[in-house]
Design a protein around this ligand. Structure first.
Ligand code: ADP
Length: 501
């Protein structure tokens, strides 16, 4: 049973903008405010954000969302925080001043360090301890880079004068007026410093990365009681925290093993819930913490997920639009794809930046195969949409092979999930239903629900998940034979894109 007339604030700290949303107890959006912030590219491969700008835009969105909803702060039961996951910064514990700009997840500055550790044969140990791979994506490698690059910062870090934090840590520090230096477990599991089994900082990883423990925040659960953290300056307790992809998994009500979500944006982000036991991947997918909470007898329990991503998904449509001029808007692709019966044997593999899971070939490059004199614009556009579904299917099939429970249904969100033709083709290729919810804001909804659980607006996980409503379910219509033959033709096109054949 849910409380009547309850309001929950979701703080959604994204890669390009700060957003705040207010939900009611039925999971409906009451108001929303959004502000973009600047991106800095000081060197090739580097990406930074201004932490003060993130905090200020976020706070201003909170105030406008509350004002738009016509609410007083005391009418909001709790707030949840979700964020771009691997982005981090160091700040001074005494003054609260950042000592450098936030280093964003896309930033590749620690590539050489990663290469060095890989050559030392460290990757399998890292995978075992953290569930992750050796890649600049994960903040620990870039924290190691910063402390190597600036010995003065290392000296201060060792003395406990500096705080490391991801964006959830940074916002909570500000919101509690410097009282709390914490990180939630789903975010900590992306730093390369957390042990995935214990859910605590891992000494062997800290040693390898040469990180002084004094700089690290305290790891906390994703669901918190209202008095667990110091009061916030807004007078609203912080009771839910999760990384953006994990929050979306929860918002999609993927709470039992075999349930998965795919976010179709510029790239695709897939997470599959695997339950309370870690599943190790044999396909170089990531194992990660989905969320953690305390049971009634005070034990910490964690849910785990398998994760994989596709680098170029909706971006393939942007390429057709901006570089080839074949379409004016991504939305046109739906009618164009439906205007032909097939692609006439044409395949587009958008390996513009290499191939991710399960191929992992950084030097692979895009190909268009099977072109004939009759290949036209509609065929190419359809091939681009098909490539989004094929690439997602490859990751999901790899997850299936790694997981104990097979994929039962795929829950979708993100800009390109609006494309009905694409969703039908995805169901056809996968052979499972594809379910699109009414509220596509899964990330913000998910963290509002975690916050609602923490403050008691919802009394069980079950009661929040019943809030999710399906807008449309796409059931597979294609025969499995046809789907498999299309998949194998796709795989031969992928082979042509590989750097070593
Ligand atoms: P992000 O959060 O990564 O910026 P969004 O979730 O806003 O992405 O989705 C935008 C992406 O989705 C763009 O790459 C765009 O090309 C693609 N897209 C948007 N609408 C459609 C559509 N109807 N069909 C196919 N792709 C689409």
């Amino acid at each position: 049973m849910n409380h009547r007339n309850a309001y929950l604030l979701a703080i959604d700290q994204g890669t390009t903008s700060s957003r705040s949303l207010i939900f009611n107890e039925l999971g409906q959006i009451v108001s929303m405010a959004q502000k973009p912030f600047r991106q800095f590219y000081p060197e090739p491969g580097w990406v930074e954000h201004d932490p003060m700008e993130i905090w200020e835009t976020q706070l201003s969105c909170v105030h406008s969302a509350i004002a738009q909803a016509g609410l007083q702060h005391h009418q909001i039961q709790a707030m949840g925080i979700t964020n771009q996951r691997e982005t981090f910064l160091l700040w001074e514990r005494a003054s609260g001043r950042p000592v450098h700009r936030a280093i964003v997840w896309q930033d590749r500055r620690s590539s050489a360090l990663c290469q060095q550790w890989r050559e030392q044969g460290q990757e399998s140990m890292i995978q075992e301890l953290t569930g992750l791979l050796l890649d600049p994506y994960f903040s620990g490698t870039k924290l190691a880079w910063v402390l190597k690059d600036k010995p003065e910062l290392r000296r201060r870090a060792v003395k406990g004068e500096l705080c490391f934090g991801t964006m959830d840590s940074w916002l909570i520090w500000q919101l509690t007026d410097k009282a709390e230096h914490v990180i939630d477990r789903s975010n900590a599991s992306r730093t390369l410093m957390m042990n995935l089994s214990t859910g605590q900082w891992d000494q062997a990883m800290l040693e390898l990365l040469d990180i002084p423990e004094a700089v690290l925040p305290r790891i906390i659960d994703s669901v918190l009681a209202p008095d667990e953290l110091s009061p916030s300056i807004l007078g609203i307790p912080i009771t839910g925290i999760a990384g953006d992809q994990q929050a979306a998994l929860f918002g999609q009500a993927a709470i039992s093993p075999g349930m998965a979500k795919n976010t179709y944006g510029t790239g695709c982000f897939m997470l599959m819930q695997v339950g309370s036991r870690i599943r190790r991947s044999h396909h170089r997918l990531l194992s990660t913490c989905a969320w953690s909470h305390n049971t009634s007898d005070g034990r910490m329990t964690m849910d785990y997920a398998l994760e994989g991503s596709v680098f170029v998904a909706g971006a393939a449509l942007q390429w057709l639009r901006d570089e080839l001029g074949l379409i004016k808007h991504a939305q046109e692709s739906e009618a164009l794809a439906a205007s032909v019966n097939d692609t006439g044997g044409c395949y587009l593999v958008p390996a513009f930046t290499g191939l991710g899971a399960p191929h992992w070939d950084a030097e692979a490059r895009g190909v268009i195969s099977g072109i004939t004199r009759g290949t036209n614009r509609a065929h190419l556009v359809r091939a681009a949409l098909e490539s989004i579904a094929f690439q997602s299917a490859e990751v999901l099939l790899a997850m299936n092979a790694d997981a104990a429970e097979p994929l039962r249904e795929l829950r979708v969100d993100g800009g390109a999930s609006a494309n009905n033709w694409l969703m039908q083709f995805q169901a056809d290729i996968l052979g499972v239903g594809v379910d699109r919810p009414k509220i596509l804001e899964s990330t913000a909804l998910g963290v509002a629900q975690l916050a609602g659980l923490g403050c008691g607006v919802f009394d069980s996980v079950q009661s929040c998940t019943t809030m999710r409503q399906s807008e449309r379910l796409f059931m597979p219509k294609m025969s499995r034979d046809e789907a498999e033959s299309k998949m194998s033709a796709w795989l031969s096109a992928v082979d042509r894109s590989k750097s070593t054949r």
